[in-house]
Design a protein around this ligand. Structure first.
Ligand code: HEC
Length: 126
């Protein structure tokens, strides 16, 4: 199918609907179905990530070694941040010195991102 600008493309769909020639518009319906599914997927995944409480995850997973993030405990204090978010994720996944790597069974990727967001938000407040 040859398309002009998206404006004329949409006008053609309207014309087809007005004249009731929906069979020739079948590929268009597939596109709408795909767009709908994509929207549902995107909304679902972002809602899921936003549901994770970074502070709670920090306390449960990192806090037992790092304690209060500005004070540290067995592990060093993490605030103020001396690593980028990506570096923190690498450190957690690969481990560093005395800190063993944490697998996704200990902290999922989404939870780890939520922890990084939590630490960054505290870092910016200073
Ligand atoms: C089992 C204890 C333990 C857990 C759980 C743990 N850490 Fe660590 N972490 C450490 C120790 C100990 C070090 C210091 C490693 C070294 O330098 O030898 C460290 C170091 C780090 C560093 C590097 C600090 C620096 O100054 O370079 C980061 C970043 C870090 N941890 C983040 C995390 C995050 C985020 C979590 C939670 C997802 C976490 N850690 C969970 C013990 C732990």
């Amino acid at each position: 199918m040859r398309r002009g600008t998206s404006g004329t493309f949409i006008m053609r769909i309207f014309k087809r609907m007005r004249y009731g020639a929906m069979t020739s518009a079948t590929p268009v319906r597939h596109i709408f179905t795909l767009m709908f599914l994509l929207a549902v997927l995107l909304a679902g995944s972002s809602a899921f990530a936003a549901d994770i409480d970074g502070q709670k995850t920090y306390t449960a997973v990192c806090g037992r070694c790092h304690g209060n993030p500005t004070e540290g405990a067995q592990g060093p204090p993490l605030l103020p941040l001396s690593h980028t978010g990506e570096e923190i994720q690498d450190i957690v996944r690969l481990g560093t010195g005395e800190m063993k790597a944490l697998a996704t069974t200990s902290i999922t990727d989404d939870e780890l991102k939520a922890v990084v967001a939590y630490l960054s938000s505290l870092d910016k407040k200073k």
